[in-house]
Design a protein around this ligand. Structure first.
Ligand code: FEO
Length: 399
């Protein structure tokens, strides 16, 4: 259904309530593929949808305009969740020209035969008059692909921000004040942590560019539109991009026969004694998407794992591989774990944790078979030191 979000601008995208795995992102609240139709002298579509939902998109468009009346399709980003529907769409929108960055055209050509597609390549500051309104383009490379671009509807003061500020969050409502505030912010954080986190430096540069614009509404390509809580989401993006942390300790572990769990519990007991936020996350029970979201604002993390076949358990290997790609900054880590007839988990975790960019702040704690009371006492004291470190980092960043 085409729903008007601003005068003459209609949501024509698709809400997928069912998807639970978006290339390994655990989308527990589904996904939306936002696409918008601008009804002006030059009828314009902002972004398409994933190929399976192209017919839904076209049906929504046809509630307002014929497909051959579309003059421009703005492609802010070539990733297939937005652009794989273009082939079918262009087959029906015979008069449409794709407006995109040069990099976007290059990537589209990697996925499609574009020999019959019409293009207009734009750069930052270029403007496109549509009749009663003008679109201005802002290139945002590596937020989060090299082709990424924002489109600003100048007179409407509406910013179409592609993946940035998005959330994997299905809703029949379109605006931030029509949904549960905590859910929306939680999903915005999960989205940032799992999709945008590696590109903090580029996000800071984009936020600087945006400060020159008077914006009434940020319209991402996923999830709800920021209108009432615009300042809040911009502030959070600045905090996340700068890795501003909370006074918080995470104890992330996996265990075979409960020895490493006993150590995790002791570290937790030590840290939580200091009355700061401390969480135990079992890699076997908590998904990678949620763990990444917790890591985003935690300055100190204890990683623990039992040894299996002279190395760490596969769950911990998967987590550390994932975190290496997300490249969190300003993080400190303690390693711990148990072993039996052969060591290997903590030793291999050391290498991986360093590749993730964490600074190791303490000597590792290892237990042979079951941890002794001395080892558990050491874990508890280490937990207290981790909490002190988290408090110190938190206080320093406020100076
Ligand atoms: Fe929603 Fe980078 O695609």
């Amino acid at each position: 259904m085409a729903k008007e979000i601003a005068s003459g601008i209609f949501f024509v995208g698709y809400v997928d309530w069912e998807l639970r795995d978006f290339h390994s992102f655990e989308t527990r609240r589904g996904v939306t593929y936002n696409s918008f139709l601008i009804m002006d002298k030059k009828v314009t579509l902002i972004d398409a949808v994933k190929a399976p939902f192209c017919k839904n998109l076209m049906k929504n468009i046809e509630e307002r305009a014929s497909l051959d009346s579309i003059e421009y399709i703005i492609v802010n980003h070539a990733e297939p969740d937005h652009a794989s529907g273009l082939k079918e769409l262009l087959g029906c929108c015979k008069n449409a020209t794709i407006v995109c960055s040069g990099k976007c055209k290059e990537i589209l050509s990697g996925y499609n035969d574009i020999s019959n597609w019409k293009f207009q390549i734009v750069k930052t500051g270029d403007r496109l008059p549509l009749g009663s309104r003008t679109l201005e383009f802002i290139e945002t490379p590596m937020v989060h692909w090299p082709d990424s671009m924002f489109t600003f509807a100048v007179e409407d003061k509406v910013l179409f921000s592609m993946d940035a500020f998005g959330q994997h969050y299905s809703s029949s409502n379109k605006f931030d004040d029509e949904v549960d505030y905590c859910e929306a912010m939680e999903e915005a954080k999960r989205y940032y942590a799992n999709i945008i986190m590696p590109f903090g430096r580029q996000v800071i540069s984009v936020l600087e560019k945006l400060s020159k614009y008077e914006i009434k509404m940020i319209v991402p390509a996923h999830g709800i539109i920021w209108k009432k809580y615009l300042k809040e989401i911009l502030k959070l993006y600045s905090q996340w991009a700068n890795f501003i942390c909370k006074p918080k300790v995470l104890v992330i572990y996996d265990t075979m026969w409960q020895s490493t769990k006993l150590m995790a519990d002791a570290i937790y007991a030590g840290s939580s004694k200091k009355n700061i936020e401390t969480k135990i996350l079992s890699v076997r029970s908590v998904g990678l998407t949620d763990i990444a979201s917790e890591v985003l604002d935690a300055p100190v993390i204890a990683f623990g794992c039992s040894t299996l076949n002279m190395t760490m358990l596969p769950s911990m290997g998967a987590l550390l591989t994932y975190l290496k790609g997300l490249a969190p900054k300003n993080k400190f880590a303690l390693l711990f774990g148990s072993y039996g007839w052969g060591k290997g988990a903590v030793e291999d975790m050391q290498e991986m944790v360093k590749k993730c960019g964490f600074e190791l702040i303490n000597t590792d704690i290892k237990a042979k078979w079951q941890p002794s009371s001395e080892i558990l006492s050491e874990c508890k004291k280490a937990g207290e030191r981790l909490a002190d470190k988290a408090i110190e980092i938190y206080n320093n960043q406020k100076k």
